[in-house]
Design a binder for this molecule. Structure first.
Ligand code: PMP
Length: 426
């Protein structure tokens, strides 16, 4: 029976069972971590042969007939631009391959528009005193952090199973010229694992922003990161924007962080020629050229897009059982208590759990006390403020399965204990 259907006496009994269990867990001296979305060691090992694709005897000349050991090719080497063009579903001329982090390219993009107008005649964003950015919630803390750092007011936009609430997005974007952009993780969103519906993508492409320099930060970080045999399919926003004449709206990002090595992968952005012109101007001052040896290493390892997809199958085999552990434990432990809800994602890196209202912080604190570190409660909301104090992001990819099982057991015990406390007003 669900906790809310129990009598006070029955719930008190459950509370004392859970408290005892919690003390037992604490006595185990655990040290487990489900906080950040990092690949497991096994996954990293899949890319080790990539390190052998280049050595002192290699030929370093790429398709551009340039020595990749030297300066040059600010847009990245052609074969790597083509690879990312296939991944993102755009033309290679619209791709810039950067360094090892897409977050870095997003930061750079916002930073660029702060001082250089995205559209001629518009004010650079630093001059727009009441500048605002839309933040679909729950979302990715580091996205919100970038626009917080640059002094934007962050406006939470509720998400449902189809993506952000487009009625609210359309209203804010069309009415307020100080709304300059929106953060989107359109496939297997971080943390809920939501893929935007065709209708949502079409409505994004059809936006009529009051601000001529409104931009959609389309972070396709999990574009090919499947865990299910029935993957979600995301409509290509650039194709839709071509149909609506809105090609300047989206700036697309992705990286191989969760394909090869996080922090030592390759990142790319794709955008219209108008946007690229503004961004290239900044890159011209910022760097002479990025790490072409790493680009070459990646291309020689994967050969082509098909090679990348085959590699992703290996990740899937490791990740699927991890997500199963999380989801099965939630089903078994939390479902009967009726105090939490969650989604079953088809890909990505996270499971988003909404625990009993007002208990997310307490659940995370109890887990910490029991030796299990989770992403901080509230992190999935701008400024860390979850109005319901209910969302917790679970990152199941890093711990070995045996540890993950224990960590999930602890999580469920703590979520139930926190719910009991709340309902019983302890
Ligand atoms: N975007 C999203 C949605 C992410 O979840 C992450 C990593 N957690 C990143 C970007 C970071 O990507 P990168 O390593 O390419 O900077």
């Amino acid at each position: 029976m669900g906790y809310l259907d129990l009598s006070k006496q029955e719930l008190e009994k459950e509370y004392s069972v859970l408290s005892k269990r919690f003390e037992e867990i604490k006595g185990m001296g655990l040290s487990l971590n489900m906080a950040r979305g990092k690949p497991s060691k096994e996954q990293l090992d899949f890319s080790l042969p990539m390190l052998d694709t280049i050595n002192s005897k290699s030929d370093f000349i790429g398709e551009d007939n340039m020595d990749c050991r030297n300066y040059g090719l600010l847009n990245g080497i052609t074969e790597c631009r083509k690879l990312f063009a296939d991944i993102l579903g755009v033309d290679a001329e619209n791709v810039i391959v950067g360094g090892s982090s897409s977050l870095n390219m997003m930061f750079d993009t916002i930073s660029c528009f702060m001082t250089a107008p995205a559209v001629e005649g518009c004010k650079p964003w630093y001059e727009v005193k009441n500048r605002k950015f839309l933040c679909p919630v729950p979302g990715y803390d580091r996205h919100f952090g970038i626009t917080q750092y640059y002094g934007f007011e962050l406006i939470p936009i509720p998400m449902d199973d189809n993506g952000p609430d487009m009625d609210i997005v359309e209203k804010l974007v069309s009415e307020d010229e100080s709304v300059k952009g929106i953060w989107c993780v359109p496939k297997y969103s971080n943390p809920a694992g939501t893929t935007y519906s065709d209708e949502v993508v079409k409505r994004f492409a059809a936006l009529k922003p009051a601000a001529k320099d409104f931009r959609i930060m389309w972070d396709n970080a999990y574009c090919i990161h499947e865990i299910s045999d029935t993957p979600d399919v995301l409509l290509n926003i650039m194709d839709e924007c071509k149909k609506t004449g809105n090609e300047d709206l989206p700036i697309m990002f992705c990286s191989t962080s969760k394909i090869t090595f996080p922090g030592s992968g390759v990142a790319a952005l794709a955008a219209s020629e108008n946007n690229l012109k503004v961004l290239r101007e900044k890159y011209n001052y910022e760097i002479i050229s990025y790490d072409k040896l790493n680009m070459l290493r990646h291309v020689r390892f994967f050969k082509n897009y098909d090679g990348v997809l085959k590699h992703m199958e290996k990740h899937k085999k490791i990740l699927k059982p991890k997500f199963d552990i999380v989801l099965d434990t939630l089903d078994k432990e939390l479902e009967p208590a009726g105090i939490a809800s969650w989604k079953k994602p088809h890909g990505g890196y996270f499971v988003s759990v909404d625990v009993y209202d007002g208990t997310a912080k307490r659940t995370v604190a109890l887990c910490k006390e029991a030796g299990v570190v989770l992403t901080g409660a509230g992190a999935t909301y701008p400024l860390g403020l979850d109005p319901n104090d209910s969302n917790i992001r679970i990152a199941p990819t890093f711990p070995p399965n045996s540890e993950l099982e224990v960590a999930m057991d602890v999580f469920c015990t703590c979520a139930k204990l926190a719910a009991c406390e709340k309902i019983l007003n302890k």
